[in-house]
Design a protein around this ligand. Structure first.
Ligand code: KIV
Ligand code: ZN
Length: 510
């Protein structure tokens, strides 16, 4: 029987720290539910002391997630541990994850502490965390550049103090598989109490080796891997969960290890994250990239037709990627629509289902072939529902290459008011529309990013727009889908504005 390796997901903490990947409370909660469905053993929900927003998200995830351990990060400081413990109070399986740096370079320049002081702090803080929580993880930050003998000493001491997991981060993505294996073996041989704790690894991808280093470490005996969806994270990111898990599954002959992740949820989890953050994965990204299962060359296609195993080492179905074929038409009823989205792994409540079905009907009326990818674009974000400060009622554009564009915009406010504005611009329909919305909302936002993609091929494809807008140093994501790309752009802008109001309300409540 294969042994198990635990999957610790830190998308909501280390991942969320990466530029452009911040999420609001509703988005984090939706992602947390999806991570639970994915079957990760642990999800790191945030860094409770970092901000009131982080605290609120850890608290809300802790309250709502019942089948997965929920962790909060804390520096080795009592105030951090207090915040983590408080935020985790409602969790069924809470874990406090405390860390301190152990490399000479960090101890000397960042902490300005001797190694004796670091050792004493680590022991004291693990003992302190144990007062609140049975499950305590200790990380030796920058472990891969630390003196191994010091690591053995500190790990032995924190296990004696009650740590249930010791974590070996390659914080700056510096190590190599051989070197990391030697470090893991050294820890196994020189930490006598290791059998009482899980041995975890946490690799960053600065040299492109995060997944290779994590997999090498499990072959050497690590029992937990820390990783993120799509490999998002500080700088070049963290080890990508989907790559780790599919390596374990596809090369079981080599690793002889199982994990509890339901691989069929991988595609959907990846999509949800991209759609929330607006950060898409590169087309050739392993496992979840658009081209990961596309066989273009004639030789490959010929081989695939003869026998799939010639060029396919894993199936698209194994990650939950359904074939992109015509699925439903304008005569399909609500039941057929509901069955379809269920078979794609989406669960919507009745209200979200009604809205998605209405949108599907509008789409099916306009578009000949409604495919899996179209439906996915419609329902993917339907579960992340936030109160809408503004709704698009209607817009009219007058545009051409010889005239100034005019956008007449009508919005409905949550107070039930109809707001109307007409704006002209030399810079086209999107500029005119965004200026009109700014006037109606009474603010001037900076458009930090605007990305448009087509959901499928064809001139009748839906356009999917992700925007990032800035207001007083904070950036907000917005997302819109429509067959009309100007409408998709307007919807994305309004959704970013709604996210801003939602976050401001959220802050008032904390
Ligand atoms: O990269 C790192 O060292 C970390 C720790 C806090 C685990 O993220
Ligand atoms: Zn990290």
């Amino acid at each position: 029987m294969a042994n198990f390796v635990k999957i610790f997901d830190t998308t909501l903490r280390d991942g969320e720290q990466s530029p452009g990947c911040s999420m609001n409370l509703a988005e984090k909660l939706e992602m947390a539910h999806q991570l639970e469905r994915l079957g990760v053993d642990v999800m790191e929900a945030g860094f409770a002391i970092a901000s009131p927003g982080d605290f609120a998200s850890v608290k809300s995830i802790a309250k709502n997630i019942k089948n997965t351990t929920v962790a909060s990060l804390a520096r080795a400081l009592t105030k951090d541990i207090d915040a983590a413990a408080e935020a985790l109070k409602g969790a069924k399986y809470p874990r406090i994850h405390t860390f301190i740096a152990t490399s000479d370079i960090h101890m000397q320049y960042k902490l300005k502490k001797t190694k004796e002081e670091v050792l004493a702090t680590a022991i004291e803080m693990v003992k302190y965390a144990k007062k609140f929580c049975q499950d305590v993880e200790f990380s030796a930050e920058d472990a891969s550049r630390s003196n191994p003998a010091f690591l053995y000493q500190i790990f032995e001491a924190v296990i004696a103090a009650g740590a249930t997991v010791i974590n070996v981060p390659d914080t700056v993505g510096y190590t190599s598989p051989d070197e990391f294996v030697a470090l893991i073996k050294g820890i196994k041989e020189n930490v006598p109490s290791l059998h009482k704790a899980d041995l975890s690894v946490h690799c960053h991808n600065d040299l492109g080796l995060a997944v290779a280093n994590s997999l090498a470490a499990v072959r050497a005996g690590a029992t937990q891997i820390e990783c993120t969806i799509n490999g998002i994270g500080e700088r070049a990111g963290n080890a990508a969960l989907e790559e780790i898990v599919m390596n374990l599954q596809t090369r079981k002959d080599l690793y002889q290890l199982d994990c509890r992740v339901h691989t069929k949820e991988i595609y959907r989890t990846s999509k949800l994250l991209s759609s929330i953050t607006g950060v898409r994965v590169q087309p050739n990204k392993a496992i979840v990239g658009e081209n990961a299962f596309a066989h273009e060359s004639g030789i490959h296609q010929h081989g695939m037709l003869a026998n799939k195993s010639t060029y396919e080492i894993m199936t698209p179905e194994s990650i939950g990627l359904t074939e992109n074929k015509m699925v439903l038409g304008k005569h399909s009823g609500r039941h057929a629509f509901e069955d379809k989205i269920k078979s794609m792994g989406y669960e919507l409540d009745q209200e979200a289902l009604t809205i998605a079905f209405e949108q599907f009907k509008i789409l099916a009326d306009k578009k000949k072939d409604v495919t899996d990818r179209d439906i996915e674009a419609l329902v993917c974000r339907r579960m992340v529902q936030i109160p809408e400060a503004y709704k698009l009622d209607r817009f009219v554009i007058n545009s051409g290459n010889t005239i100034t564009t005019t956008s007449s915009m009508r919005l409905l406010s949550k107070t039930g008011h109809i707001l109307e504005e007409v704006v002209s611009s030399y810079d086209g329909p999107i500029d005119a529309s965004y200026k009109a919305i700014d006037k109606l909302v009474g603010r001037k936002f900076i458009l930090e990013d605007f990305v448009i993609n087509s959901v499928t091929g064809g001139t009748d494809a839906q356009g999917e727009v992700n925007v990032k807008i800035k207001n007083k140093d904070r950036v907000y994501n917005g997302h819109g889908v429509s067959m009309d790309i100007v409408e998709a752009s307007i919807l994305a802008y309004i959704s970013a504005i709604n996210n801003m109001f939602y976050e401001q309300e959220e802050k008032k409540e904390v």
